[in-house]
Design a protein around this ligand. Structure first.
Ligand code: PLP
Length: 381
């Protein structure tokens, strides 16, 4: 990478060296279609199945539960839409701080005649099991509960084990969007008792354009994409074997270094929070520790325009993001900060720095210095 200070790892991670090497090698040599029967195809098929086994082991699943997708968005769409189709009618429960891949799909299902509850969160972004319990009692026709493992904007780690247990007490399937948590947290689908889990490769230093949906063997949900019989009929389309092999290489690297990398990142997280507090930053989400992803530093400076601050940081070679979608001349306040605090000014003034193992304290010193200057000039209009 150039000398940009990259602090947007929740958006995407730079590719790991082993993932890059695998992608190049397998793209060169693995041109066979994994569904065909000649030698090069059989080689592609065996690489595909090896990757499936590697990735299944990362979540304590059997390989039969792994269905490759194009990434987190597709996995979320399939989990919700296919579960709805299989139920035919009924109620869906999602949290109000889900990624758009879940929220927009829930809206789509509303237009198709399903009803949806958006569970509230507390001021740190936690979903309460008691709220889910009450909602499931009120809606005995619920076919699916979907709550993310960890939030992409503020890093809150949701109590998915307890939420899944609650869903199961009511005879309902439980899906978790684990796009931000995979490779960072211990996500054993047996221990957590998860039915459906979406994962994306590019958030762990793998390539963009692949991921998987875990479907617990025995759970009857169908396909989103129809066509060939790839992925046992649950996801048609020629498998991008080089991408999938590269994904497995990234996962092997990420999981073998997980503790060491997370500890390093956790230290940087505390350091950056300490650096930003004297500038007037309000922390969004839980305190660093068990309830929060180690890589997430989301802060608000109420009264500032996040888009202007980010543009100034960008000019200084610092890549970060807002807790909101910025378009020219307008800031759409983050639905996550709004759900947590109800405070529009705070939501509009949110900056999200997400760390990676390659970041250094020296870089964070430069961020503080630059931000301090920028903040003096930035005001809300
Ligand atoms: N879910 C969460 C929580 C995410 O953070 C993202 C990406 O930002 C997605 C889903 C979408 O994943 P993908 O980019 O692989 O489609």
């Amino acid at each position: 990478m150039d000398n940009t200070i990259y602090l947007d790892h929740a958006a995407t991670e730079p590719m790991r060296e082993s993932a890059l090497q695998t992608l190049m090698e397998e793209s060169r040599t693995l041109f066979g279609n994994a569904s065909a029967s000649y030698q090069s195809a059989r080689k592609a098929k065996s690489v595909l199945e090896k990757a499936r086994t590697t990735l299944a082991a990362c979540i304590g699943a059997s390989p039969a539960g792994i269905f490759f997708t194009s990434g987190g968005t597709e996995g979320d769409n399939q989990a919700l839409v296919a579960a709805a189709e299989s139920a035919g009618k009924g109620h869906l429960v999602v949290s109000s701080i889900e990624h758009e891949a879940v929220l927009r799909t829930a809206e789509y299902l509303t237009r198709r005649g399903f009803s949806v509850t958006y569970l509230p969160v507390d001021e740190e972004g936690f979903v309460r099991v008691s709220d889910l319990e009450a909602d499931l009692e009120a809606h005995p026709d619920t076919f699916l509960v979907s709550v993310m493992s960890a939030n992409n904007e503020v890093g809150t780690i949701e109590p998915i084990k307890e939420l899944a247990a609650c869903a199961h007490r009511h005879g309902t399937l439980f899906h978790t969007d684990a796009v931000q948590a995979f490779g960072k947290l211990d996500l054993n689908v047996q221990r957590l008792d998860i039915d459906l889990m979406s994962v994306s490769a590019h958030k762990i230093g793998g390539p963009k354009g692949t991921g998987f949906l875990y479907i617990r063997p025995g759970v009857k949900i169908g396909a989103l994409l129809r066509g060939g019989m790839q992925e046992r009929g649950r996801r048609a389309g020629t498998e991008p074997v080089p991408l999938i092999a590269s994904f497995a290489a990234a996962a092997e690297d990420a999981f073998s270094k997980r503790e060491e990398e997370q500890e390093r990142i956790r230290d940087l997280q505390r350091y950056l929070f300490e650096k930003l507090t004297p500038l007037g930053a309000l922390r969004n989400g839980p305190a660093p520790g068990e309830g929060r992803l180690a890589n997430n530093v989301s802060v608000s400076f109420p009264g500032i325009r996040a888009d202007l601050v980010l543009a100034a940081l960008d000019l200084a070679g610092i890549a970060a993001s807002a807790g909101s979608a910025c378009t020219t001349g307008a800031v759409n306040p983050s639905h996550v900060i709004l759900a947590m605090t109800g405070d529009r000014e705070r939501a509009e003034g949110t900056l999200r720095f997400t760390l990676g193992a390659e970041n250094t304290r020296e870089e964070l010193d430069r961020v503080q210095k630059t931000l301090s200057g920028v903040l003096q000039r930035a005001t809300c209009t």
